[in-house]
Design a protein around this ligand. Structure first.
Ligand SMILES: [Zn+2]
Length: 261
């Protein structure tokens, strides 16, 4: 008799049974991602739907997240494009990352610097992100700003082109919600010089796709709930000028700042 089908994916991975439905966030995701998701669940339970929508859309980047390269440098743009395409392939076209020129005022800027502004000279890359979630009772908004740094003068020799692709892909992994992994080998592990990995592991991909599926499911539930409310509320809506207030006015705000190497 054959054993139950399963895939062993090594360290920093999960034992996956093929029939197991994903109902929990992967431990490979950043603690902030778990916290934001739990906050959005509580907001749904409390009927704070606009807050829940802001938190979920900021996690999913449902309008996409735009990335620019400082100076629109051609070779570096090609490196970031390769890293972004690597993720898009791994996610089967479901990557929210959109490369734009600096003229289009990107939300996240990739900068090459001699040394990454972080503790420890062995750092090859860094991402700093700031997400602002704003909402009131009728509307919500998400503001995303970030910087990705890549070191041009790390200890030892400069990074090769494929190592730079790996560093950018690793930082984009953080952007998509993944945490660092202590083991050598996976994309989210430390870069072993001379041995770029080129792609996320199946477990890393499953963590991101699982997160995106769970957030989307919850988003459609909230939208369904809201459309029911609108139908039952009928004509008891607020006057036009009240409905058009920005979430900046009389609204609430939550800021999540994160930094990962
Ligand atoms: Zn990292």
């Amino acid at each position: 008799m054959r054993a139950h089908p399963r895939i062993w994916l090594g360290g920093c991975s999960l034992l996956l049974l093929s029939s197991l439905a994903i109902t929990q966030l992967s431990p490979l995701l950043l603690p902030q991602v778990h916290e934001t998701y739990e906050q959005s669940e509580r907001a749904v339970q409390d009927g704070q739907y606009q807050m829940a929508l802001a938190l979920m859309k900021g996690t999913l980047y449902s309008d996409g997240v735009t990335i620019g390269i400082e100076g629109d440098h051609a070779e570096r743009t090609a490196i970031v494009r390769e890293a972004a395409q690597g993720w898009n392939q791994a996610l089967e076209g479901d990557s929210p990352i959109r490369l734009v020129s600096m003229r289009e005022n990107p939300q996240v800027i990739v900068k090459w610097v001699p040394q990454v502004p972080a503790e420890g000279s062995h750092t090859l890359g860094l991402i700093k992100m700031r997400k602002e979630f704003r909402w009131n009772t009728t509307r919500h908004e998400v503001g995303i700003k970030g910087t990705i740094y890549v070191a041009t003068q790390p200890p030892g020799s400069p990074l090769s082109r494929s190592e730079q692709v790996d560093v950018v892909m690793h930082e984009l992994g953080h952007l998509l919600g993944l945490d660092d992994c202590g083991d050598l080998g996976p994309l989210m592990g430390p870069l072993e010089r001379g041995k770029p990995v080129g792609a996320p592991t199946p477990a890393e991909v499953a963590a991101v796709t699982g997160l995106r599926r769970m957030v989307r499911d919850k988003l459609s539930l909230v939208n369904l709930q809201l459309s029911r409310q609108t139908t039952t509320a009928g004509r008891r809506q607020l006057p036009q000028e009240h409905r058009q207030t920005s979430p900046h006015d009389h609204g609430k705000i939550a800021v999540v700042e994160s930094q990962a190497k």
